[in-house]
Design a protein around this ligand. Structure first.
Ligand code: GH3
Ligand code: MG
Ligand code: MG
Length: 195
């Protein structure tokens, strides 16, 4: 059995762990903030062996969120962001990193997941958020997303994120409640190749 001293040591260790986990997390959603997220990605990329591994990034932005706030109020807006964050975190692998990147923007890193699979995962997340029933019947709350990957879309996190952001912009322009990834590379059939 543990003496009082042992119990105190364990309590301190648990508290220290709790504090470590709290540092760099967003108060509203409990998700990683932008900077610690960025630092974690940099670590992942340094560990990664170029050409042998991949890391996909999805950026999501809440659709027409200004209107949501105007109609239902900022507090309800905060609650919606909390629900979205919770759903995103629940739905990904424990090794994936979910961050609240900005006000109503979320970025997820999928280490060692190829971009086609990450795009399908991001699309599933979009559908799950749309099914939460947030917003009003006339204007259900939805998100749009863009997906890109390292190293295909860039050699730095910034480059990959920029590409994902361009695709997010495309999803907004195409009407929102949509996820866009890279265009799939068509596989050349034997007849195309003239064989
Ligand atoms: P779009 O579909 O083009 O993204 O339209 P939008 O209205 O979402 O875009 P816009 O950038 O014009 O507005 C974003 C809104 O998100 C405005 C801002 O008040 C709101 N927002 C950002 N952070 C928070 C937050 O922490 N809480 C609440 N309630 N609202 C937030
Ligand atoms: Mg935005
Ligand atoms: Mg928005």
């Amino acid at each position: 059995m543990l003496g009082g001293h042992g119990v105190a040591t364990i309590a301190i260790a648990l508290w220290a762990r709790h504090l470590r986990l709290m540092v760099g997390t967003d108060q509203l959603t409990g998700l990683l903030q932008r900077r610690p997220f960025y630092e974690r990605i940099e670590e992942e990329l340094q560990r990664a062996d170029i050409g042998r591994t991949t890391l996909s990034i999805a950026i999501f932005d809440v659709d027409e969120f200004k209107r949501f706030n105007d109609q239902l109020g900022h507090l309800e807006g905060d609650r919606a962001l909390q629900r979205i964050g919770e759903q995103l975190r629940k739905a990904v692998r424990t090794t994936d990193l979910v961050s609240r990147y900005g006000g109503e923007e979320f970025v997820i890193a999928f280490p060692r997941m190829d971009v086609q699979l990450a795009t399908r995962r991001a699309e599933a997340l979009r559908a799950e958020i749309a099914a939460l029933g947030l917003g009003t019947e006339d204007a259900p709350l939805t998100i749009s997303g863009g997906v890109a990957s390292w190293p295909a879309d860039g050699t730095t996190f910034e480059e990959v994120l920029r590409r994902a952001d361009e695709r997010l912009y495309g999803a907004k322009a195409a009407g929102r409640n949509l996820v866009i990834g890279p265009r799939p590379v068509p596989l050349r059939s034997a007849s195309d190749a003239g064989v």
